[in-house]
Design a binder for this molecule. Structure first.
Ligand SMILES: C[S@@+](CC[C@H](N)C(=O)[O-])C[C@H]1O[C@@H](n2cnc3c(N)ncnc32)[C@H](O)[C@@H]1O
Ligand SMILES: O=C(O)C(=O)C[C@]1(C(=O)O)C=C[C@@H](O)C=C1
Length: 243
């Protein structure tokens, strides 16, 4: 049984910044599924896209892996030989659980799990790099450098798969998408208190960009083609191809 997220169910006197703590890691599958419209579909489709782009004897990186859901989906679909998965997260609460899950679910030697800032990881010989709802937690000024490092670590024909919460330049669109996202959370059983406390906790931590900002930054990093392959309200998934 999946543990239910009730982290913000009671009024909190001191609402600190949101962190990927032990308590969050314990309920993470439930939290992300009830918070991100289309999350399960995105995870499944990451498997399909990796199946198309994985190259023999290359690496697949899952940056900000949390419990490794994207890696499990990709590992179940990839058919070419010699692929090694590398999962990275800077939350020890996440990587300790992720490492356990990978040991249980994947053959020995298939997957390495590292507790590290993704900005410090040397990326090499990659055919697929996943940033599934992770770039949004980096300081905005650091995001282009991260994308450039990913670009440099990719083989020609490799892809970056980027999912993010979006901001909209048009105030009316921003308001509508935010309202629909809140309705999604209500529909999934979150109370107004849970919704508002989590929103405050995320305010200084998760800083979303617009689709245009993402596309421009990916192009500035060198990517030849950028496509939007999925969107659920204000959450979008992009594929960026290295020619
Ligand atoms: C929303 S979760 C990602 C969900 C996960 N990719 C999935 O698809 O299930 C964001 C993750 O990024 C991690 N993270 C945020 N900033 C990071 C950084 N600078 N280096 C490494 N991990 C980071 C957090 O610890 C958290 O586990
Ligand atoms: O915007 C929100 O309320 C979210 O819950 C989003 C989000 C995310 O996009 O990473 C934030 C933190 C959670 O771990 C899961 C989802």
């Amino acid at each position: 049984m999946m543990a239910r997220d009730s982290i913000y169910a009671q009024p909190q006197e001191q609402l600190g910044d949101f962190a990927f703590s032990e308590a969050v890691a314990d309920v993470f599958p439930d939290m992300i599924q009830r918070s991100v419209p289309g999350y399960e579909t995105v995870i499944n489709l990451l498997g399909v896209i990796a199946r198309r782009f994985a190259q023999p004897d290359s690496r697949i990186y899952d940056l900000g892996c949390s419990l490794g859901a994207a890696t499990l989906a990709m590992a179940s679909q990839v058919r070419v030989p010699g692929v090694r998965f590398v999962c990275v997260d800077n939350s020890a609460a996440m990587t300790s659980r992720c490492a356990q899950i990978m040991r249980r679910r994947l053959p020995d030697g298939h997957c390495e799990v590292a507790c590290s800032d993704i900005q410090d990881v040397k990326l090499e010989n990659a055919s697929v790099v996943v940033l599934n709802f992770t770039l949004q937690f980096l300081k905005p000024a650091d995001r282009l450098v991260m994308l450039q490092r990913i670009y440099d670590g990719l083989r020609p024909g490799g892809v970056l798969l980027l999912s993010e919460k979006l901001r909209f330049a048009d105030p009316a669109e921003q308001e509508l998408m935010t309202e629909l996202h809140l309705e999604f959370k209500r529909a999934n059983g979150y109370s107004e208190l849970e919704i508002s406390q989590k929103r405050s906790a995320l305010e200084n931590v998760l800083l979303p960009d617009t689709f245009g900002e993402h596309a421009e930054r990916l192009q500035a990093a060198g990517f030849a083609q950028v496509v939007n392959w999925f969107q659920g309200f204000n959450f979008a998934s992009l594929l960026a191809l290295k020619a």
